[in-house]
Design a protein around this ligand. Structure first.
Ligand SMILES: [Zn+2]
Length: 320
């Protein structure tokens, strides 16, 4: 497929089907989940997304409503299956970007090696998934490479896996990869910026996730000036009151000139947010209802494009 040619000199994003020029990603969900296997021994409340045909149907809908690409934020050993991501991408025509890294400890079997490993071992593992391929795809005819690093913070710094964070920072510095940082409702966002900056990771490599759960616009503007990307995703999470929090924050940030510092997403790890499986609006809501609402609120077209894809695509490709 010419879409996945490497001949272009344009900066590229590493998708599960290979590198593609960043301008071709189109509307991109900056944080979502399209496959999560059940994990024996993990927290019994951990989400599971493994109904292939229903997920595929929903990806096709995403594409038909104008969607182009989805970042899958489930790292290895807590439900990721890079081979399924590749099959889903090929069958739907939606580009998927897979991640390496680690999620919160509760989503793993208790004996997962990474929690006991030193930073060097974590660094080696993340670099190999970025440069060679996801571990579960290495002995297949088409190994799938990770396109970014996902890490997860807890609510308090003392509870975070510090050796794993150090290995992730070293891998980001070496490879230039983006680090998507799960925050517990925005907690430790400032601390994470200082930590990664001290470790030599550039602000444009950092994406702070779920920041609209902490909708303090002064904080968001300071983080935006620092240079990180802020990911908002509570559109369909009534308990976070998106009409009172997310939407006014988003409009204010755009009005203040920060439309190049925000990426929109829907983070549908829970199957009930899918409409083919559950009762939600599903994957197609980003190119559908959310885009329509941006339009209705008078967000300029250029800003809409940034929020809905260009910002995350440029950063995945190593651009500011
Ligand atoms: Zn997520």
């Amino acid at each position: 497929m010419s879409d996945h040619s490497t001949a272009s000199t344009s900066p590229v994003v590493m998708t599960v089907q290979g590198p593609i020029p960043y301008e071709r990603l189109g509307i991109t969900d900056a944080h979502n989940h399209v496959w999560i296997d059940p994990i024996p021994g993990a927290d019994p409340g951990s989400p599971v997304l493994n109904q292939f045909d229903l997920i595929l149907a929903e990806l096709v809908e995403f594409r038909d409503r104008g969607g182009g690409c989805i970042l899958d934020c489930q790292p290895g050993a807590c439900g990721r299956d890079g081979n399924k991501l590749l099959q889903l991408s090929k069958a739907s025509g939606v580009n998927i970007v897979a991640c390496t890294g680690f999620h919160r400890k509760k989503y793993y079997a208790p004996d997962y090696w990474l929690w006991q490993a030193n930073a060097g071992k974590v660094y080696d593992f993340l670099c190999s998934e970025l440069e060679q391929g996801l571990v579960e795809t290495l002995d297949t005819p088409s190994p799938v490479r990770a396109g970014f690093i996902k890490v997860a913070l807890e609510a308090a710094w003392a509870d975070c896996p510090l050796a794993a964070l150090e290995g992730a920072a070293q891998a980001a510095r070496k490879t230039g990869a983006v680090v998507e940082i799960h925050t517990e409702k925005g907690a430790l966002a400032e601390r994470a910026c200082i930590y990664f900056a001290d470790m030599g990771v550039a602000p444009h490599q950092l994406v702070l996730c779920h920041m609209d759960k902490r909708s303090d616009s002064g904080l968001h503007q300071a983080l935006a000036r620092f240079g990180v990307l802020l990911e908002y995703d509570t559109f369909y999470r009534p308990k976070y009151h998106p009409e009172a929090n997310l939407w006014p924050l988003l409009e204010q940030m755009v009005a203040c000139g920060y439309s190049d510092r925000i990426a929109l997403a829907t983070d549908m790890a829970e199957a009930e947010l899918y409409h083919s499986i559950g009762v939600g609006l599903g994957l197609a809501s980003l190119p559908g209802e959310i885009r329509e609402k941006l339009q209705a609120k008078g967000i300029p077209d250029a800003a809409q494009k940034q929020l809905l894809g260009t910002n995350i695509a440029r950063r995945l490709a190593g651009l500011h």
